[in-house]
Design a protein around this ligand. Structure first.
Ligand code: FAD
Length: 521
């Protein structure tokens, strides 16, 4: 993973000429004047942990598993949001952990949390490091130091119960490896977020992730039938039946807890048979409103394809649903990509096609669907090229009920236009439910003299607009630090007090990911 950008450096993308022209002529983008930092010149704070504390950590995990090298620390500094990347490109490593600690078992995690609690060392659980909401930047004031608890050594598939269709994994397994391990049993999770290549199962659970095929396979939190949580107060085992009426479901308290309540050390996940067949295709709708009505009809009447992604007019024109051919120009209207997976998909395809035709859709055949499938993980690579060219590009998302979706859409757009002047704002609907859907925005704007402050203002305005328009502050990216205040507004003072009470019980010394998720009192 590129330390100041996204993904495998070998897959870095050049900006097509049409995009360069668009950036210059439409948005007024100019190349930045300051050169980007090198890894070696990133400025890190001195290691705050004493030798005795580092030795105590090493006693738990073994000496080779406590790292304080420059590159080790740089690579665990923050996540992969655009502000995170802008800071790294500017050489700002001020949020770096003092040490990276790599536990090899659940028992070691429990022992580390006890030690860190006694010594007031802040602990940031670190999965794939792909958070885009400031979930990996702990507050350090009042702590003896900060460690990144990198879970990569907890990387095993522990068991497969093919009768119940449940697989038990350790949390540090990255998504491609999980799919590879399951494929050997003819199974799949079906969880394919755009961060698929690097994110971990523990991170998916901790941030309540949702993948591109969520319409067919469900959100990640739907897949978690059981889990183990390590806390400074000991461990919790949750989920012993597919459904239960034994009081409130405590799993829901852990899912989305972003390392603030404990460390997930094991996950029992519902799995599916690997699909025998996959069929992807495209449809065109005249307007976003028409397309939205069509995907609502599918969500409410069925049958729902596994993948359903409706781009608005601007996103369709730019070609963002086909990142491998971006800038080649869309064909007008709004592109819907639908994908069917499983056994005998023909019946479902025919029934869904009848609904889409009735709702005004024009079939475009297999090619646009296959182009989307081919480029489905490549859009993040473009962000690095755009940043280098002097454009800020960022994504944000929300969700709401169908009846409120147009209002929510307008509110986010207006907030972005109000703060950024004339940015390019694109949107798609990609996760649909009977009662509503998520809206996913991509924004591109020319960087001004202080792009971090420029984006902070825009983000603050959007957060306020989402809360005021009755949407949720996140459908799948989570809360982190960036959404914490808006989350507080969403759940209200009593909800925030409940979260603080839970944290006080599980983490009395407040060492777990301080500053993330839990609204201040
Ligand atoms: C380019 C890009 C595309 C993305 N696309 C999507 C998408 O399509 N869908 C989507 O849902 N998200 C997406 N994301 C967001 C991100 O990938 C998800 O939030 C993912 O769930 C994070 O997983 P991770 O392993 O990288 O976790 P990290 O980023 O390492 O951690 C995320 C949070 O969870 C905590 N955490 C991690 N592991 C554990 C654990 N075992 N126990 C307790 N806490 C833990 C961390 O402390 C942090 O607060 C995208 C991000 C990027 C950069």
């Amino acid at each position: 993973m590129l330390w100041s950008g996204w993904g495998d450096p070998a897959q870095a993308r050049e900006l097509p000429e049409q995009v360069r022209v668009l950036l210059r002529d439409l948005l007024g983008v100019r190349p930045p004047t300051a050169p980007a930092s090198t890894l070696e010149s990133v400025r890190l704070p001195p290691v705050a942990l004493t030798g005795a504390r580092l030795a105590a950590l090493a006693e738990v995990v073994g000496p080779g598993h406590v790292l304080t090298g420059h590159e080790d620390r740089v690579r665990r500094t923050r996540g992969k949001s655009t502000p995170d990347l802008l800071r790294m490109r500017a050489g700002d490593g001020s949020d770096a952990p003092d040490a990276v600690v790599l536990p090899g078992s659940h028992e070691e995690v429990v022992a580390l949390l006890r030690l860190c609690s006694d010594e007031r060392i802040a602990v940031v659980p670190f999965g794939g490091g792909t958070s885009v909401v400031g979930g990996l930047a702990a507050a350090r004031e009042g702590y003896a130091g900060v460690i990144a608890l990198d879970l990569r050594r907890l990387d095993r598939l522990r068991s497969v119960d093919a009768e119940s269709m449940v697989a038990e994994f350790e949390p540090g397994v990255r998504a491609p490896e999980a799919e590879r391990l399951l494929a050997a049993h003819g199974l799949t999770l079906g969880h394919f977020p755009q961060s698929f290549e690097y994110a971990t199962l523990g991170g998916f659970a901790a941030a309540r992730s949702s993948g591109q095929a969520s319409a067919g396979y469900g959100r990640f939190d739907d897949m978690v039938v059981g889990l183990t949580l390590a806390t400074p107060r000991g461990a919790m085992e949750l989920g012993r039946a597919p459904r239960s009426a034994a009081g409130p479901d405590l799993r829901q308290l852990v899912l989305g807890s972003e390392g603030a309540f404990g460390v997930i050390t094991s996950l029992r996940l519902r799995v599916r048979r690997a699909p025998a067949e996959r069929r992807y295709e495209g449809w065109r709708f005249a307007t976003f409103a028409e397309g939205t009505a069509a995907v609502r009809a599918l969500a409410q009447e069925g049958p729902l394809p596994a993948v359903l992604r409706l781009s608005d007019e601007t996103e369709t024109m730019i070609g963002l649903a086909r990142p491998d051919e971006i800038g080649s120009g869309g064909s007008g209207g709004c592109l819907l990509v639908s994908g069917y997976e499983g056994e005998r998909v023909g019946g479902r395809h025919a029934a869904a096609s009848a609904v889409l035709t009735r709702m005004g859709g024009e079939p475009l055949g297999a090619e646009p669907g296959q182009a989307w499938e081919h480029g489905r993980f490549s859009a993040p690579y473009l962000r690095d090229s755009l940043l280098a060219a002097g454009a800020t590009v960022e994504t944000l998302e929300t969700a709401g009920f169908w009846s409120n979706l147009p209002r929510l859409h307008d509110a986010v757009r207006l907030a972005l236009l109000g703060e950024l002047g004339s940015p390019l704002v694109m949107c798609h609907v990609s996760h649909v439910y009977e009662t509503g859907a998520s809206l996913y925005f991509t924004v591109v704007t020319a960087q001004d003299a202080d792009p971090l402050e420029q984006w902070r203002r825009a983000k603050t305005a959007v957060n306020a607009a989402i809360v005021a328009a009755g949407g949720t502050i996140s459908h799948h990216h989570g809360v982190g630090r960036d959404h914490r205040d808006a989350y507080g507004a969403e759940i209200g003072p009593l909800g925030a007090a409940v979260l603080r009470a839970v944290k006080a019980e599980l983490d009395p010394a407040g060492i777990l990911n301080p500053g993330v998720l839990v609204p201040e009192g």
